[in-house]
Design a protein around this ligand. Structure first.
Ligand code: PLP
Length: 343
């Protein structure tokens, strides 16, 4: 099976496994796991942040960020189809008593600009929630793996600072954006108060995300991680996989991006399939199927028969994702299977 459902399906390579098994470990709840401590420092330094907190998932990193920046009755400004809004099980409401004010991306690909935030701060009035936090997502998952330009992000961050709002980047796939644009990690890190980065997507580790930010916020985040049940013990074994991934798996993301374009070109050739967005920038290929092909599930079933797995994520919406565990040749094979769906 050529599994294009997600870049989370990767399995650790022998090299990564060897690094994991060789890791010195200790009790991380005591702050005594040297491999975790080193990874937190290394990742924070990469992004020009003071401190990092290793957590089990990107969802937990985002939800800790929500909790550390906000109090109950606060409101977050974020894009309508953001991961925090769509795919975190209502965490902001359930865990932090926070409401979400969604903003539609005018371009339909997850991108926002500073003008989208005009008049979005609630009045200082007892009837209102307190506008508190701006969350952005790069690359934007549901938006199609798109990268909001650093210039636009800078404008949004400046606007947020003027209004005394905190800023958080859901950078689960920031590595893809770094490779795509050549804009270094430090620049992305410099534009936000906190950032979530994930090792278990394109970087191919079995587990692991990190929340990055100023020392005081990360110290507070450590307490919230404990509250959310995310404090773990000898997790240097997991951190070692992440350390290995930073050494070996960032630059190669360019291959995933090239492979995604092979898939996208095939999709574009099938009458009744429409790439959304039209241009595939990184490793996510989202497309819609029209009624002549049946539903997204029908199309996914047909591809499965040809040995290709894709994710039907809506009645008419399909996502195909390239990653470390699919080769160029497999993507060419998958592209051929997609082309054969033309009728
Ligand atoms: C995958 C993802 C996350 C976090 O996912 P987990 O499965 O909780 O690790 C967060 N944000 C975005 C944009 C994602 O794609």
């Amino acid at each position: 099976m050529i599994d294009l459902r997600s870049d989370t399906v990767t399995k650790p390579t022998p090299g990564m496994m060897a690094a994991m098994m060789a890791a010195p470990v200790g009790d991380d709840v005591f702050g005594e796991d040297p491999t975790v401590n080193a990874l937190e420092q290394r990742t924070a330094a990469m992004f020009g942040c003071e401190a990092g907190l290793f957590v089990p998932s990107g969802t937990m990193a985002n939800q800790i960020a929500v909790r550390v920046h906000c109090r109950p009755q606060d409101e977050i400004l974020l894009e309508t189809n953001s991961h925090i809004c769509l795919w975190e099980a209502g965490g902001a409401a359930a865990l932090s008593g926070v409401t979400l004010r969604t903003i539609d991306s005018a371009t339909g690909d997850g991108r926002l600009g500073a003008s989208d935030f005009t008049d979005k701060v609630r009045p200082d009035d007892m009837h209102s929630v307190r506008t508190r936090l701006v969350c952005l997502e790069v690359t934007h998952n549901r938006g199609g793996g798109t990268v909001t330009a650093p210039g636009a992000i800078n404008d949004i961050s400046r606007w947020a600072r003027q209004h005394k709002l905190a800023t958080h980047l859901d950078g689960a796939r920031i590595w893809n954006a770094i490779v795509k644009t050549g804009v270094p990690a430090k620049v992305w890190g410099g534009m936000f108060d906190t950032i979530n980065v994930c090792f278990s997507k394109g970087l191919g580790t079995p587990v692991g995300s990190m929340l990055l930010g100023p020392r005081d916020l990360i110290a507070h985040s450590r307490r919230i991680r404990k509250l959310f049940g995310g404090a773990m013990r000898q997790i240097g074994f997991l951190a070692a996989a992440c350390d290995y991934a930073l050494d070996h798996n960032i630059d190669r993301l360019a291959e995933d991006h090239a492979n995604a374009r092979i898939i996208a070109d095939a999709v574009a050739e099938v009458p009744g399939f429409t790439l959304k967005p039209h241009e595939v920038e990184t490793n996510l290929v989202w497309f819609e199927v029209d009624a002549q092909h049946g539903t997204a599930k029908d199309v996914a079933e047909r591809l499965k028969v040809s040995g290709v797995l894709v994710a039907p994520l809506g009645t008419r919406v399909i996502r195909a994702v390239t990653h470390l565990d699919v080769t160029r040749a497999q993507c060419v094979t998958a592209a051929d299977a997609i082309r054969r769906l033309a009728r």
